[in-house]
Write a protein that binds this ligand. Structure first.
Ligand SMILES: [Fe+2]
Ligand SMILES: [Fe+2]
Length: 400
């Protein structure tokens, strides 16, 4: 039976740690899918609570295009006071063949007794409890044991510390402080366009390195065909999410994702010309498929004004890889392969699943697939790709 994680909350606004938690739940293997359940408007809505439709829109934007994440209107379409027990009944009725797990923190676990009709709730769903580092595990486990004795199904997962809060984000927006790295850029844009939480329209902070993101998008749209442009946005978002999961800089990952193919639609001679400052090997010079990465690094630097060396090198190595790759480089290499607009290819789902669990296993599998692919085509692997693969093969041999 398919297992569905439910993530309730006011999402006022939804931020990157919410989405990361949902991803961690998927990566734990305990659930196959996560549904966000934004709350409706309470009878007396505080000034700081954005309207339910705006909060719903923001959740849609934050998870757009991401596999196995979705949002339900179950609570926002109802009026008055809504209790979890009613929502669960409605969900069970509309999706009878699924098994639901409410995602809760240990704080909520300790207060489970205050939930309305809790004895009914535990017959309608199980609980997936996320433990953060430093939390009182024995206390949580003994509390869980009491609920299990009453028939509740309780499972556990590990989660990273909660380093972002909606309250803090609202304060920063109100005071005109930057919120980069806390919200998805499209959510920030929505907040500013709708002047939520006292935010002003003009202070978009996305894309602070070099050009502003809007300008980059304008230029990319001009330089790329429609399909490549969509792919670029998919890699931007996937890279951002992967960076969050693996504790890397999400803004750098998003920027490298956005620009990784910025030179893709140039001709080969234009690519070689754009990359004149970089020593090029003969194999590289003959292949658009490889060359656009080196050219992309130069265009990102010289046209888009990016000067961050980590971002530039992630763009540089996204086609070949190399021995001793950094995590950011691995993220861009992999996000490029798995972003949601990718047409299905053999092994895609396997790589996709590994990408949210273990970067090195995902890289190793991806590099082996490249090898198989070029062998099938009667070609040879680029020396840098071979070196990257041998890195992993050697590590395997040492372990064995
Ligand atoms: Fe590319
Ligand atoms: Fe790409």
């Amino acid at each position: 039976m398919r297992r569905i994680g439910l993530m309730g909350g006011s999402f006022n606004p939804i931020h990157l740690a919410h989405v990361r938690l949902a991803r961690e739940a998927l990566a734990s293997g305990r659930v196959d899918e996560v549904i966000f359940l934004p709350t409706g408007n309470p009878p007396h809505k505080g000034l700081e609570l954005a309207d339910k439709l705006a909060r719903y829109d923001m959740v849609c934007l934050a998870i757009a295009g991401q596999q196995n994440l979705s949002v339900s209107r179950a609570e926002i379409d109802r009026e008055g006071v809504i209790y979890t027990v009613d929502t669960l009944r409605a969900l069970r009725q509309s999706m009878p063949d699924l098994q639901f797990f409410y995602l809760i923190g240990t704080d909520t676990l300790l207060q489970l007794g205050t939930w309305r009709q809790i004895d009914t709730v535990i017959t309608l769903c199980g609980f997936l409890v996320y433990m953060r580092p430093g939390e009182d595990e024995p206390l949580a486990k003994s509390c869980a044991a009491q609920w299990q004795a009453r028939g509740a199904s309780i499972e556990w997962m590990q989660a990273k510390p909660w380093d972002v809060s909606s309250t803090e984000i609202r304060r920063r927006l109100r005071e005109g402080l930057p919120v980069e790295g806390l919200l998805a850029p499209n959510v920030e844009q929505y907040i500013r366009e709708h002047a939520l939480y006292g935010a002003r329209a003009e202070e978009s902070s996305a894309g602070t390195d070099g050009m502003k993101r809007e300008k980059m998008l304008y230029r990319l749209k001009k330089d790329l065909d429609a399909q490549r442009y969509q792919h670029t946005l998919g890699v931007e978002e996937t890279a951002r999410q992967m960076a969050l999961v693996f504790g890397e800089d999400a803004q750098k990952a998003a920027l490298a994702g956005l620009l990784h193919d910025c030179a893709k639609c140039l001709t080969l001679s234009q690519m070689v010309k754009a990359a004149k400052e970089v020593p090029l090997d003969p194999v590289m010079k003959e292949s658009k498929a490889l060359m656009h990465a080196v050219a992309g690094m130069c265009v990102a630097k010289n046209v888009y004004g990016v000067d961050d060396a980590q971002v530039l090198s992630a763009i540089r190595w996204h086609t070949t890889g190399h021995a001793g790759m950094t995590n950011l480089e691995k993220i861009i290499y992999l996000a490029d392969m798995i972003e949601p607009n990718r047409k299905p290819y053999p092994g895609l789902e396997q790589i996709r699943a590994l990408c949210w669990k273990n970067l090195d296993e995902a890289m190793h599998t991806a590099l082996r697939m490249s090898l198989e692919h070029v062998v099938q085509q009667g070609k040879t692997l680029h020396p840098d790709t071979l070196a990257a693969l041998l890195d992993y093969e050697h590590a395997d041999n040492i372990q064995q």
